[in-house]
Design a protein. Sequence first.
Lengths: 111, 111
Amino acid sequence: DTAVSQTPKYLVTQMGNDKSIKCEQNLGHDTMYWYKQDSKKFLKIMFSYNNKELIINETVPNRFSPKSPDKAHLNLHINSLELGDSAVYFCASSHQGDTQYFGPGTRLTVL
Amino acid sequence: GNSVTQMEGPVTLSEEAFLTINCTYTATGYPSLFWYVQYPGEGLQLLLKATKADDKGSNKGFEATYRKETTSFHLEKGSVQVSDSAVYFCALLDSSYKLIFGSGTRLLVRP
C-alpha cells in the first residue's frame, strides 16, 4: 500500500500552460504539505493544510493554488507556467506536528 | 530565523568506511530534528529522528544524537555500503510544523 502517492510522476509542458499535480495519503493524517526541490536539490515548503484549512502559505507566486477537497487529498494547480517553475514537487503528510512522510515526487519540466 | 547547515558534498568513501555527515542548526527552543535520505530518482524517506536533547535516533546502522550544547545532529554510520549512496538531508521542524532543510549532502560509496 502506498502511503503518500502523487500523480503524475513526470510532467512536461510548454510555458504558459496550466497544470495540476494530485496528492493522496492513506495514513489518516490531518495535515498535508507541498514542498519544492530545485535543481540544486534545495527543499523548501510552499503550502500546508490542516483539516482542509490553509495554515502555511510561503512567499509563492499566486499562480500556484493549492486545493484540499478532503483531509486525504491536496492538489496543486499552477497557472501560466514559467521556465523557473521546473522542479520536483513533493507532497507530504503528517499528524499535526509529528513526522512528515513524503510522496515520490513529481518532476515538472517547463519548455 | 530557523536554519540548518550541512557539510558540503559530495562525500566519497570506500565500502566499509566510517561515515560522518555534519549538521548544525539555529532555532528558537528545541525543535525535533530529522535525517531524510533521497536515493537516486526517488522521493524522501525518513531515516531517523530525535525529539529532545540527548535523544539518539537510529535506523539501518545510522545514528545521530541531538546535542543542544553544540546545536548539532551529526549523522554517523560505522561501515557504509554501496547501497548507502544517496543524498542525505538534515532538517528541523519549526513551531508552525514547517520542515526546514539543510542543503543536502551527497554520499558516494565506492566498492
